[in-house]
Design a protein around this ligand. Structure first.
Ligand SMILES: [Fe+2]
Length: 181
């Protein structure tokens, strides 16, 4: 079975694009994830929408990733369209549980280098991604396949095998990652 597959297209991501344009301050409030990729820090920015309550963070990222119940972060009040899209993914997947929800952005010409995501959260949940901004000069890559998406595409992917994401386009690449079970 392929580690990545397109499962839907044409979802309306315009409202979330507009809300993100209106709130540039949301990016990089939390750098604990983006700084693990060892690339130039400017390549990747995050908005944490839902995860382990940040009040539980003691400075130890591995401990923070241990089993927990996800909660919404304050950011979601400024980008309610991310809430709607995450719930739409949950309904689509017929999932009982909604785990982490993350917006991640790769600058034009930037990349996420090859890596494997480990830890409880990565292995506990199925991972879906809604492409908020994407064009055909970016790709989600594995050793034996890749997927190129456009705005409004939805795909399911594995992150327990090596993957990397080059954005060789002139446009920022923004993804909404939704974890369900
Ligand atoms: Fe990853």
């Amino acid at each position: 079975m392929k580690p990545i597959q397109l499962v839907a297209s044409g979802w309306d991501v315009g409202p979330l694009q507009g809300q993100l344009d209106a709130h540039p301050e949301l990016w990089d409030e939390h750098r604990q994830r983006t700084t693990i990729y060892e690339g130039p820090h400017g390549d990747v920015s995050d908005v944490w929408c839902r995860y382990n309550d940040f009040g539980n963070f003691t400075g130890d990222m591995a401990a923070f990733n241990e089993p927990h119940a996800s909660v919404w972060y304050p950011s979601i009040t400024k980008i309610p369209a991310a809430w709607s899209l995450a719930r739409k993914v949950q309904r689509f997947a017929k999932a009982e549980k909604l785990g982490g929800v993350l917006l991640t952005r790769i600058r034009p010409g930037g990349q996420v280098k090859p890596h494997i995501d480990s830890g409880w959260h990565a292995s506990h949940y199925r991972k879906f991604c809604v492409s908020i901004k994407a064009d055909h000069n970016q790709a989600f890559c594995f050793d034996d396949c890749e997927l190129r998406t456009v705005d409004g595409d939805v795909f399911e992917f594995r992150n327990d095998v090596t993957h990397w994401v080059p954005n060789q386009s002139a446009r920022e690449r923004i993804s909404l990652i939704v974890c369900v079970r």
